[in-house]
Design a protein. Sequence first.
Lengths: 358, 358
Amino acid sequence: MIEAKVDIVEAKEKKAKPDPENLSFGKIFTDHMFTMEYTREKGWFNPKIEPYAPIELDPAAMIFHYSQSVFEGLKAYLDPEGHIQLFRPQENFKRMNRSNQRLSIPLINEELVLDYLKQLLTLEKDWIPSADGTSLYIRPFIFATESSLSVAPAHSYKFIIILSPVGSYYPEGIHPVSIQIEHDYTRAVRGGTGTAKTGGNYSAGYIAQAKAAEQGHAQVMWLDGVEKEYIEEVGSMNVFFKINGQVVTPELNDSILAGVTRKSIIELLHDWNIDVVERKISVSEIHEAYKEGTLEEAFGAGTAAVISPIGELSWGEEVMIINGRQTGDLTKSLYTTLTGVQTGKLPDPYGWTVKIKV
Amino acid sequence: MIEAKVDIVEAKEKKAKPDPENLSFGKIFTDHMFTMEYTREKGWFNPKIEPYAPIELDPAAMIFHYSQSVFEGLKAYLDPEGHIQLFRPQENFKRMNRSNQRLSIPLINEELVLDYLKQLLTLEKDWIPSADGTSLYIRPFIFATESSLSVAPAHSYKFIIILSPVGSYYPEGIHPVSIQIEHDYTRAVRGGTGTAKTGGNYSAGYIAQAKAAEQGHAQVMWLDGVEKEYIEEVGSMNVFFKINGQVVTPELNDSILAGVTRKSIIELLHDWNIDVVERKISVSEIHEAYKEGTLEEAFGAGTAAVISPIGELSWGEEVMIINGRQTGDLTKSLYTTLTGVQTGKLPDPYGWTVKIKV
């Protein structure tokens, strides 16, 4: 472990820890945060672990006007020995740099930033919940701070990592949800920002999400922006289908976010000798498979839920019930294995986990 | 004039006014700003004119993570009698509500907000520069303030208006620029956020802008996201062409921003009995017209520049020189008339201007 130099200012007063039985998602934050600044002259500088506190920004700070920002999301767990464990954090910082590139934000030193995160987690270890399904959610983000209304990349930025103890995504156990295939609203298109984890991609989807919720669905399934025929993502997750024994997932293109959970699932399936293919998948094809009775399972995959089984898929007037609205066997195995490896309850033969021994 | 109730807290110390001969764009701000808050319980409340000062936000404030924000841009001028004059401000607040709608942000009361703006301008009248081409740029904006990492519309927002004295867009006189037609990067697509004035649309374009600048061009011309053939906008402006005596501009669709300057130009041309048509325009068609010698003029249109003549249009290896790189006669007339009406130097037979008599 490198031990990059960071100034640490400890919080004078520590907050009370939340009830581990009643954790929500991203509402409560720990005592400290990591911050670092960027200017053209200095590059990234002033790495600091300091008390979690409000940020002061000029009203002309570019983040308020042109949304030049990127973020990441990952989780820390306590393994059965009480060590802090991360799941493929290098992948998150690698992706953050790809997002930075797309948003014209200066790149970060991935190794250094991972080391800063480790030091922050070491200090905040007591905040990592250990109940089943709980974790410490990690949110690194970067945004433009320069005060200027010029429509141009900022000359100054802030990088922050905040931590939030989060509850199980499935307090009542994993259960399949109902999804609406969205035809009118578009998440992303080739040449756009779909492959980047940038704020604009998320708020742009709220209106479609509200429409789906009004009709009783949990999430929307996004189609490609050009032909409105090929499946891209579900909510803010990647998506997988099991058709006639084969697992298929949309191939990465210029508009789909390359998920870390997605990548891990593909690698797991290869290891299990289960046929898995990345390719274009049309809604018509899914509908055909449904009618023929070969659409066996479907699920979303992302950091927050890990795996989110799809029980029902609505496409206009058509409703496709998948696996009798039950979580499929493969979906279940993937969930159990992934969460097992992530939390250290199962061995990690893949070298995915990073332990912090304190 | 309504005179909506606003709390006014005057700044104790006033800043020195900038040199009117050396004004930049959006770097210097006046002594006061207007602010207003929103919660689900109270709606929009606490309208306040207060000293221009930094804003405090929790690091989990949703604006940093999911870019739920909208903005507007308009200008105030001093007319020859010394009265404050606005240009079609109702159009800006109407559009702000259309943007709010798309971004799942609560609507504002357009009339009330215009009245708040008038009161702010009245207080800041001395900040309105009067030299040729200068104005007081007005930036209303709204952003999500709730502290939560949920991917969902915020429950609380802030609405702010800041003011910046700005210099002439053309310190050396209006002059045509070189534009590159962008094929790979996409500004917006049907079903996306292109018709909304939201931050994400702007930072998403920086990378293409940098590519164009590297090749010596001032701006990019954006094509539609589906066929990559139809012209949509230029930089952050609408675009017009004069072909064989007829003026054409891309028709408003689900991805083009409905500009106030665009609308005013169309109305002016109608009034002048000049043939103007809103329709789809392909790059091939522009190239054909160029080869036939009927591509007479081209210009961008937006609040910042008002009119920005295009002298050169690059499309891959092809370079189209328009009107010998000179500003065309119609382009010039439109610029003179629009800026004349905006500044009160020309009469306003259209009822476009709003005067604030103080």
